[in-house]
Design a protein around this ligand. Sequence first.
Ligand code: 5GP
Ligand code: ZN
Length: 116
Amino acid sequence: MDNCIFCKIAKREIPANKIYEDEDILAFHDIHPAAPVHFLLIPKLHVDSLADIDGSHHDLLGKMLVLTPKLAKEQGCSEGFRTIINTGRVGGQEVFHLHFHIIGGHQRLPGMIHQG
Ligand code: 5GP
Ligand code: ZN
């Protein structure tokens, strides 16, 4: 995808503060962290969002999920963390290249969203 910022990060066309990379996956710190630990895990393959996932992505997503707690612990989330996948307009997604937010630190994170 020509104009996708995360594809550009994956192709090293724009810089990011990388914490992990293999042939399929990249992890880097979020540019606007919401907590002391806040990094993004992306597939190098461009997929718009979780709503566009199908069976062909099974192994890739499994690999991303298995990697999530390992990287979270390495980043200092020894007592837990939150994994968020914003999906589509209602989900508040801003960058349309599938990504996991992994968020944590030492303080308990704010509670879940409640219907007002
Ligand atoms: P979304 O709302 O799509 O789930 O989250 C997109 C996230 O990407 C935001 O938390 C935002 O701070 C982060 N982000 C957007 N552009 C960049 C960038 O160029 N570099 C990095 N490291 N993070 C970015
Ligand atoms: Zn992309």
